[in-house]
Design a protein around this ligand. Structure first.
Ligand SMILES: [Zn+2]
Ligand SMILES: [Zn+2]
Length: 325
């Protein structure tokens, strides 16, 4: 490396580390600072390996904040497609600890403290989740302790390498810049420890995320009159419905018919299916068209199948759809 290049690199790193992240306008889709909310589906998949459906993750942007809800496989890749530095995430909320909701988490944490344009976080990684989130945070910091040492030359602030873990309980768990996040318990399945859904409110608007839920009434009550409910769905074909394994899987999730009952009770402006489980197997099973048809048989409001990088801007004028490419 010649001296000129070395000096230039050092100057760029220094600039990236000292300039506040939100002032740099590096994000192609930055968090709105007006009275709108933006929801982007980063990953709409299940544990199945599908290149078109990454692991479950959702970005809610409002009040100048970037809030991440679950961090399934590939969450950082989708944030990159949005042009958002990973360090711009202000807080991450976990619904539960199943790996399909957390296996992208180390990447969000670690890439966040690398200097811009990749990361740029200057302070602690803020992580919210059920009881046990402290152990997850401590385990991650221990597992990746050598990364901090090996990147020492990049002048990463020590605080940025730490995780601040916050245990959530039912009720308001986060409030900043007029954005409120409420957690509510959902029933996932009999083997689960605590599992939460989240309601994010800003002004008159709200987005509700079910997380993994087995047709929980709490989603209907917290989702009452929400602008958008992002709800998981699982469907199994008739021929496979009696197989014991699929019965166990279905007992932890919400069928299209059960989702229709929840949407009917909640009456959101828009219902979006995500965490789409099509059994049997990853690719074969009821089609998304069949899932919608079965839902619409019991629900006459607007319901769609979410796709990765679908984005929705919520304002007093309604919900405007966008696709990030
Ligand atoms: Zn789960
Ligand atoms: Zn899941």
């Amino acid at each position: 490396m010649n001296n000129l290049f070395r000096n230039l690199t050092a100057a760029l790193v220094a600039l990236a580390v000292t300039t506040p992240l939100h002032a740099q306008e590096t994000a192609r889709i930055a968090a709105p600072t007006d009275d709108t909310m933006r929801l982007t589906l980063l990953g709409t998949g299940s544990p199945a390996l599908r290149i078109e459906r990454f692991g479950f993750a959702n970005l809610v942007q409002a009040g100048g904040l970037n809030l991440l809800f679950d961090a399934g496989r590939g969450a950082t890749m989708r944030l990159g497609q949005m042009g958002l530095p990973i360090g711009a995430i202000d807080a991450t909320f976990l619904t539960h600890f199943h790996s399909d909701h957390t296996n992208g988490l180390p990447d969000v944490y670690l890439s966040g403290y690398v200097p811009l344009p990749l990361g740029g976080r200057q302070d602690e990684f803020q992580l919210y989740g059920p009881e046990g989130v402290q152990q997850l945070a401590e385990g991650l910091m221990l597992a990746y302790a050598s990364d901090v040492v090996e990147r020492g030359g990049a002048k990463i602030p020590e605080a940025a390498t730490k995780i601040a873990a916050h245990v959530v309980d039912e009720g308001v768990v986060f409030e900043k810049n007029g954005v409120k996040v409420e957690a509510f318990r959902v029933f996932h399945h009999k083997f689960s420890t605590e599992t939460f859904g989240y309601r994010v409110s800003y002004g008159n608007h709200s987005v509700v995320i079910s997380g993994d839920a087995s047709h929980s009434e709490s989603v209907a009550s917290y989702g009452k009159d929400a602008d958008i409910i992002v709800h998981e769905v699982a469907a199994v074909s008739q021929v496979a419905a009696d197989k014991p394994f699929f019965k166990v899987v279905m007992s932890g999730h919400t069928s299209p018919e059960e989702a229709a009952r929840i949407f009917t009770a909640a009456q959101p402006k828009l219902a979006i299916f995500s965490h789409v489980v099509q059994l049997p197997g990853g690719h074969v099973g009821p089609s998304t068209d069949e899932i919608l048809t079965r839902t619409r048989a019991g629900y006459d409001g607007e319901v769609i199948i979410g796709e990765d990088l679908m984005s929705f801007v919520i304002s007093d004028d309604g919900i405007e759809r966008d696709v990030i490419d």
